[in-house]
Ligand binder design. Structure first.
Ligand SMILES: [Zn+2]
Length: 339
């Protein structure tokens, strides 16, 4: 368990400070629900909180060197349990939850806390969630349960309401950019074989990653560029009416739908910005001047499109028919997207 890496993610610092204070006051929560989109380091934070609870040092915790920290670092601490989706599984299995509950009902091996982390808690099915509920309702002493879920999770309210909530948000762009640049300098091969030699590429990757720095780090420069040109071309074809909307939606759903929707959101946001500045600036010759009424209508259409794109992103994780939603978006936004 790599809990030390949380210290290198500056946007987690306030959460860490809060948990340290809770531990010092002997008020570490029994159950914590960390809400986070992927790429913000929620897993690293959960590992760090595990270490905070289990570290046996008297000084600043987690120390990283005591017996307990060493056991954690080699993934063999008997009081630390992690449950996540097994490979190729759609749901966390009830057996996984039962095993966890059994382990938590035992005494702590090392005499301190027992900590369980459930990654991707929204993948618990109804049976798993029910089995888990009793553990939440009657927590055993010195037990810390940490669940990680997306902000739009559909966990039963009976579960969510029993947890202390902690929401991770993307850091301000300057913080994320500074962190990415530092990472790129420290690890020149980070971000795929091509690396990210230019600051501009980081911009694009960070925007596509919805501001999540760890996700941006995973996107390599070549695929960001390829996606960008593919999307521009698609919009041109859409405007010219030379592409079948159903086929286009089908193709997007098949390859990187999440990134494509993020790209659309960024693109529309930039257009809104361009047209708003065009309306305010008297010297501006580009883009082409429009009469005020037309300009207003255009900006309004773009804002509506932006709302629709955000709605589309929310759809993406609900299992609703994405293909239909995307088709409706493309048909409805055709005019505004084209020019
Ligand atoms: Zn320690």
């Amino acid at each position: 368990m790599d809990f030390l890496s949380a210290d290198s993610l500056p946007w987690l610092q306030s959460a860490q400070t809060r948990m340290r204070a809770a531990l010092a006051a002997q008020r570490l929560p029994h159950s914590l629900l960390v809400l986070s989109t992927p790429g913000l380091g929620a897993e690293q934070l959960a590992s760090w909180i595990t270490a905070l609870a289990l570290c046996e040092c008297r000084g600043v915790r987690p120390c990283g060197v005591c017996a307990s920290c060493q056991l954690l670092r080699s993934d063999c601490h008997p009081d630390s349990h992690v449950v996540r989706l097994e490979e190729d599984a759609q749901q966390i299995k009830v057996d996984q939850v039962r095993d966890l509950i059994d382990s938590l009902s035992l005494k702590s091996y090392r005499g301190g806390f027992k900590v369980a982390v459930i990654e991707g808690a929204e993948s618990l099915n109804a049976n798993g969630a029910n089995a888990f509920l009793k553990t939440l309702e009657e927590p055993t002493a010195n037990t810390v349960l940490i669940m990680i879920a997306r902000p739009n999770h559909r966990l039963p309210a009976t579960i969510a309401s029993r947890c202390l909530r902690m929401t991770l948000s993307p850091p301000p762009t300057e913080v994320a950019m500074a962190w990415l640049k530092q990472r790129a300098e420290a690890h020149p091969t980070a971000g795929g074989a091509a690396g990210f030699p230019q600051a501009r590429s980081w911009d694009a990757a960070l925007a596509l990653a919805g501001g999540a720095p760890l996700r941006a780090l995973e996107l390599d420069a070549a695929s960001v560029a390829a996606l960008d040109s593919d999307m521009r071309e698609s919009l041109q074809q859409l405007g010219a009416g030379s592409v079948d909307v159903t086929l286009l939606a089908e193709r997007w759903i098949k390859s990187n739908p999440g990134l494509r929707i993020a790209w659309l959101e960024n693109w529309i946001t930039r257009r809104v910005h361009e047209w708003t500045t065009a309306g305010n600036s008297h010297q501006s010759a580009e883009p082409v001047r429009l009469p005020a009424a037309l300009l207003k209508a255009k900006i309004r259409a773009l804002f509506e499109l932006l709302d629709a794109a955000r709605e589309l992103r929310r759809f993406a994780s609900t299992g609703m028919n994405q293909q239909l939603a995307l088709e409706a978006f493309l048909l409805g936004g055709r005019t505004a997207l084209a020019n």
